[in-house]
Design a protein around this ligand. Structure first.
Ligand code: SF4
Length: 237
């Protein structure tokens, strides 16, 4: 609906929360963890404020903002405080556990790492939050999450992209869960192949080209930024 019918998505504080948290974590890592918690919290707050204010300029009515609990306005305020706490925890956690960020062959820290690869005949591009050095020969893909939605397929895609681009071994992936202030359990990726991931991208791409957009109404409608314009939505508020 957004790409073809050009429907404007409803705003949600959770997306700005996630973006600002990623920004602060990246700043911490790019400073080689010299950045302290106060400065990191400031980086989060500044970015969150900029993003939310820009979105409020476009949609000033916070009752039209998506929210998982309470009003849109309450959610904006709640996530400002929550994101600050999560940023502070992240700084404490990295300083305590000291994960080693992998360095790419062109001498770049593997942070917000861009990739563009071909999988199943489809051009796939993205940014990987972090690659962590496990030992000399392998890296672990890590995705930072402020929400609860986790996609194993996302980690699988990162694995094959990293292997294709850098020829490095990826046996595991995980999520840093800001809600818990720590890592998820590791996801095994050693048996994931480029063919398997490529097949899924090829199938999705073929579906898009056929215009095969089956509605899937249900619980997820509550969090869907198209629900205001979707005739199948089970949640209009
Ligand atoms: S059915 Fe629900 S989840 Fe799917 S597009 Fe419509 S509102 Fe969104």
């Amino acid at each position: 609906m957004q790409r073809i019918e050009r429907v404007t998505a409803l705003p949600a504080a959770w997306s700005h929360h996630g973006t600002a948290f990623h920004h602060a974590a990246e700043q911490v890592e790019r400073s080689n963890r010299a950045m302290g918690a106060d400065e990191a919290v400031e980086a989060f707050s500044e970015r969150y404020g900029l993003l939310v204010n820009a979105a409020l300029d476009k949609e000033p009515n916070t009752d039209r903002w998506l929210s998982a609990s309470g009003s849109g306005g309450d959610d904006i305020e709640r996530r400002y405080v929550l994101g600050q706490e999560q940023t502070r925890h992240y700084v404490e956690w990295v300083n305590e556990t000291q994960p080693e960020v992998w360095t790419t062959p062109d001498d770049q820290p593997a942070l917000e790492l861009y990739f563009m690869v071909e999988l199943g005949g489809v051009k796939v591009r993205g940014y990987i939050d972090q690659l962590i050095a496990e030992d000399e020969a392998s890296v672990r893909v890590r995705d930072l999450k402020t929400g609860t939605m986790k996609s194993k397929f996302q980690l699988e895609t990162y694995k094959v992209a990293v292997t294709q681009k850098y020829g490095v071994t990826v046996n595991r992936g995980d999520w840093y869960l800001a809600k818990n202030g720590g890592l998820s359990r590791a996801v095994k990726l050693d048996e994931v192949t480029e063919e398997q991931v490529g097949e899924r991208f090829a199938a999705m791409d073929a579906g898009v080209k056929r215009g095969d957009f089956e509605p899937n109404p249900g619980f997820s409608c509550r969090f869907c930024d198209m629900k205001h314009a979707c005739s199948f939505s089970t949640s209009k508020t």
